[in-house]
Design a protein around this ligand. Sequence first.
Ligand SMILES: Nc1ncnc2c1ncn2[C@@H]1O[C@H](COP(=O)(O)OP(=O)(O)OP(=O)(O)O)[C@@H](O)[C@H]1O
Ligand SMILES: [Mg+2]
Length: 288
Amino acid sequence: VRQRLAQKIEDDPRFALVKMLNAGSVAKGTALSTIGDMDVAVYVKAAAAPDEERALIAWLRDRLKETYSKLDDDQFVACDHCVKLIFRTSSYVDIDVVPVLYEGEADNVGYLIVHDTGERVHTSISRHVDFIRKRKQAIPDDFAQVVRFCKWWAGCQKQLDADFRLKSFIVELICAHLADTGSVFSDYTEAMSSFFLHIAKTGLRERIAFTDYYPASSLPDATGTPIEIFDPVNADNNVAATYSTTERDRIVAAATEALEAIADASYATTKARAVEDWQVVFGPSFKS
Ligand SMILES: Nc1ncnc2c1ncn2[C@@H]1O[C@H](COP(=O)(O)OP(=O)(O)OP(=O)(O)O)[C@@H](O)[C@H]1O
Ligand SMILES: [Mg+2]
């Protein structure tokens, strides 16, 4: 898919699409094996694209149709904030194409249309990949594995409660904060406990931020939003800005329950009891 676009751009340098980058968990190496969709970001010449979002997505779909002219019309689906490319031949992967409005900035910085909310944020997905890669290098294997466990837990909560919200990027940033502040990752029980304890203890009321790409002094004063977890790339972008107090408290309650279950499991005198406890964390598919 990327090669075909690269060819199209080479053939027609005036084409409104600039490049395609892997975004999301496959690029970061934190995908679950059950992943449904792959994320790619398509960089779009900002001046050539419509401003209004529905028009932008429809426009992007048409540009993708021009690029992949061998695919059928119904393989391109304009969704709320992305275009889905549907491949009937592959067993599991659809590709979600999110637009980044781009004006030639370095390090792939542009205005990303965030997949789930449609917010426009000035950021760089490739810097996010580097940010996660750095933590993976500091804690080989275990960092990514613990992220996957925590994402699995969040997925289970979503299955139990359709209103539960906790996006993968936020899980990764909480794990990165724990990694940067010396939490143990090699013992998975301890690592999971640290993740839940952090959420339970702070109530997610403590700001999380990083200094990889800007100094702490660039961060704003308290913004008044229930959760503050800042984009490592842009100090003005609170990744959790759209979460309500109710949504925050739901996360805290679920984390508290998981923490208690793990503690109970460590004192359990039968394996059956311990498995039951861990099912609170990982859902009914968890087996001994
Ligand atoms: N609010 C945001 N601000 C800045 N970048 C964001 C924001 N939300 C998502 N991103 C970017 O989108 C990427 C994808 O994040 P997202 O949480 O949607 O899923 P993911 O990492 O692909 O995980 P999975 O698909 O397994 O749930 C992030 O790595 C980040 O680069
Ligand atoms: Mg994804």
